[in-house]
Ligand binder design. Structure first.
Ligand code: ZN
Length: 198
């Protein structure tokens, strides 16, 4: 369990960063407090905590990449990181859509479909919350002070998946997800090129 605070990798040191298949969030006590990291290669299926040393090693080896801190998404991220965060955001959006559909049909396993990040923070779901699930995802997208959509790949991915979920029960997956991610990166690169020209 993550509650014992022992690093899931070295089993020797106290860890202050929450790790899951969704990435790593650093908390109080870590040098990286408030930073968020996305998996680029090796995805940890287990939930647990990481110490700063093991976290640094995973960043150095290219398994993890930092994409946000207390000020929001980082600027000037490479396409590989932006794409991975967009896909992560789309996965969040898909999970909210799936959980809302499950709850709507009275399936109590719906909460397990939500992203681990939300499950950690939120109270247990009630059936009447079904209609609120997409709104909870949107709350992340429109909180005050967030930068424009094109500067926030996680939010762009969430919104793209929620929009796809209106017409497609599975949300944004497979070929449609690849195409959407490419369009997002293309839009970013066109903007950058535009600035460079002007
Ligand atoms: Zn460690």
């Amino acid at each position: 369990m993550e509650d014992d605070g022992i690093c899931m990798q070295c089993h020797a040191t106290e860890g202050f960063s929450d790790a899951s298949a969704e990435g790593v969030d650093s908390g109080y006590g870590s040098r990286h407090d408030t930073s968020s990291f996305v998996w680029l290669r090796q995805r940890s299926a287990a939930h647990g905590v990481l110490c700063d040393q093991c976290l640094d090693r995973l960043v150095e080896s290219g398994d993890l990449a930092k994409y946000a801190d207390r000020r929001g998404p980082l600027a000037h991220l490479p396409d590989t990181v932006l794409g991975a965060v967009f896909v992560l955001g789309a996965d969040y959006g898909n999970r909210f859509v799936a959980a809302a559909r499950l709850m709507d049909s009275g399936d109590t396993s719906a909460a397990a479909a939500l992203p681990a990040r939300w499950q950690r923070r939120r109270k247990p779901l009630r059936t009447e919350d079904a209609a609120w699930l997409p709104a909870m995802a949107l709350e992340r997208c429109f909180a005050s002070g967030f930068p424009p959509l094109e500067a926030d790949p996680l939010r762009a991915g969430i919104l793209a998946a929620l929009a796809a979920g209106i017409t497609t029960p599975a949300g944004l997956v497979d070929g449609a997800l690849d195409a959407s991610c490419r369009r997002f990166l293309g839009m970013l690169n066109a903007d950058r090129d535009g600035y460079a020209d002007g």
